[in-house]
Design a protein around this ligand. Structure first.
Ligand code: SF4
Length: 226
């Protein structure tokens, strides 16, 4: 269809040129003919991520990790980036921290299989599990932004400092960020600790549980139309 449109455009212009000037000029095709807007889908974004080389994280990845879960989720969970297990399997939060996250979600009636979507700010593993760098985040963030626009989650739960700071739009450590509800483009967002941090430091269990209970209560209010 795109070829047909370009050929038709050329034919009309060539005819117009010939009638007006007796010769044919070399006009550029307009964007509306060259670029047809395709509807954005999670599959299309995943395919683009699979071939993405926009930042240095593509160099050592085994697999990209676009995300997994359901459309229109109650909650979108966002971490910072894939770890070793995730890089091996191409799925988010599948290692020990991921299994712990699944327990958190289960405790408040959530699951990646029924009512959640789980993703990360960067889709390729940072080497040695280092923090993603600001330029890597800038390169990758448009994928997450497009995913959120399609997913339309009712709520966002960010786990860890980086995803919390990026999506809440506040530069602060997670200890200072957590404890209140933010908004990402009108979607309520609660930040909490990353499950791997809680596995390392059990004293963080209590604040995480407080955050999860608040998330459940606020989500119920949204679902009940309050
Ligand atoms: S981290 Fe994101 S921007 Fe960088 S190569 Fe992977 S998909 Fe592309």
């Amino acid at each position: 269809m795109e070829n047909f449109d370009s050929e038709l455009w050329k034919l009309i212009n060539n005819t117009e040129d010939y009638i007006k000037y007796g010769s044919i000029s070399d006009r550029k095709l307009p964007d509306m003919v060259l670029k047809k807007e395709e509807p954005d889908t999670l599959e299309a974004i995943a395919a683009q991520i699979a071939g993405c080389r926009k930042c240095r994280l593509c160099e050592k990845r085994r697999n990209v990790v676009p995300g997994m879960g359901v459309l229109n989720p109650d909650v979108l969970v966002v971490g910072e980036g894939p770890g070793g297990d995730e890089d091996m399997q191409g799925q988010p939060f599948v290692g020990r921290a991921g299994q712990y996250l699944d327990k958190w979600l289960d405790a408040i009636g959530l699951s990646r299989h029924t009512n959640c979507y789980i993703g990360n700010v960067v889709k390729c593993r940072p080497p040695m599990n280092r923090d993603p760098q600001p330029d890597e985040i800038d390169s990758c963030l448009p994928y997450l932004e497009r995913q959120i626009a399609i997913l339309k989650p009712k709520f966002i739960l960010t786990v860890g400092r980086i995803s919390s700071a990026v999506l809440a739009g506040q530069e602060a450590g997670i200890g200072r960020l957590r404890g209140r509800t933010y908004s990402y483009k009108g979607i309520p967002l609660i930040p909490t600790y990353h499950p791997s941090a809680v596995l390392r430091d059990p004293t963080l269990r209590k604040p995480v549980w407080d955050d999860l209970r608040r998330l459940k209560a606020e989500l119920e209010e949204i679902k009940n139309g309050r």
